[in-house]
Design a protein around this ligand. Structure first.
Ligand code: ATP
Length: 305
């Protein structure tokens, strides 16, 4: 596939008796933001590290920008960006000096101030690394990965441990990179992160991909039943017969499941208005990405609200 940045077929990885990755197929297209979503121990980091060339696979095929990452070819290494932890950075260098140092390892680096702006550290340009907050240091880690102007960037749990505003900032950085046409493979535990950032998501659980698609339709979310809930005061009669399918009632509390919410709500509210019935606590919800995720990964699924 000419426009694939990453292609993985039947990828397997065992650590002794532990089968961490059990036959994964994956295609990440050029220019796409792709999220690997899954619980602890699902095999996300293992998969990413194989693609980065840090780990050997036990089986299957992998191609990164057309090359086998297991060869650890320096030309491939120069085309990918990997975010490592800040350990190893000289704490007495400034932000700009740090980026400049890493730029010197590459043939065609990105200008220092462009990198600094991309990761939102312009105001900290001349601040020493030791004076950066944890979140700012993580952004510098991303900046280091961008110094060589990579085509493909790996972000392993880019916002774990961030406060809400630092997360928003990090999302802004990823969006900036996506706008530049970079291909990004990120791993995350966070449904909202996948939803905001990713063009496509693969949910991985116990070493296998259990669902893949765009976040809006993942696991059939777009066609899944909408839940309509309300309470009927005593003596108000039953809901219209046309809606009786998919209704469950419990002590005046009514739950309706429908794949045609427009029509259902129209019929329901018309019926109520005509009879002067108040639908107390009327509430309409769709399954969230989190509901789908929990269902796919074996957790408790339920509706929001
Ligand atoms: P997390 O979200 O917790 O980072 P993950 O999805 O990245 O999890 P991996 O780190 O890939 O999961 O781990 C997958 C499985 O492989 C786990 O059962 C883990 O214990 C095991 N594992 C990972 N690295 C090693 C290792 N070096 N030696 C032995 N087992 C390992």
């Amino acid at each position: 596939m000419a426009d694939a940045a990453i292609e993985v077929r039947a990828l397997r990885k065992s650590y002794g008796d532990v089968e961490a990755v059990k036959g994964i197929d994956l295609t990440v297209r050029v220019g796409e933001v792709f999220a690997l979503l899954g619980p602890n121990g699902a095999g996300k980091t293992t998969t990413v590290e194989i693609l980065e060339g840090f780990r050997d696979r036990s089986g299957g095929e992998a191609r990164v920008l057309g090359q086998d990452p297991a060869t650890r070819d320096r030309r491939l290494r120069a085309r990918i960006g990997i975010v490592l932890q800040s350990t190893g950075i000289d704490p007495y260098l400034t932000v700009a000096e740090t980026i400049d140092l890493f730029r010197s390892y590459y043939a065609t680096p990105r200008p220092v101030d462009e990198v600094i702006e991309l990761v939102g550290l312009t105001e900290k340009r001349d601040t020493r690394v030791l004076k950066l907050s944890g979140g700012q240091q993580r952004r510098l880690d991303v900046g280091i990965a961008l110094a060589g102007d990579p085509e493909l960037l790996f972000l392993d749990e880019p916002t774990t441990g961030f406060d809400p505003s630092a997360r928003r900032n990090a999302w802004g950085v990823v969006k900036n990179l996506a706008e530049l046409g970079k291909t990004i493979l990120l791993t995350t535990h966070y449904m909202d992160e996948a939803q905001v950032l990713a063009d496509r998501v693969a949910v991985i659980s116990a070493g296998v991909i259990v669902a893949e698609g765009d976040p809006a339709s993942l696991g059939g979310r777009d066609t899944a039943a909408t839940l309509v809930r309300f309470r009927l005061p005593p003596g108000q009669g039953d809901v219209p017969p046309s809606l009786a399918e998919g209704v469950s009632t419990d002590d005046g509390r009514v739950e309706l499941r429908t794949t045609d919410p427009t029509r259902t709500l129209y019929e329901l509210t018309r019926w109520a208005v005509e009879r002067g019935v108040v639908l107390e606590g009327l509430d309409v919800t769709r399954p969230t990405l989190e509901d789908v995720y929990l269902e796919l990964t074996g957790g408790e699924a339920g509706h929001e609200g």
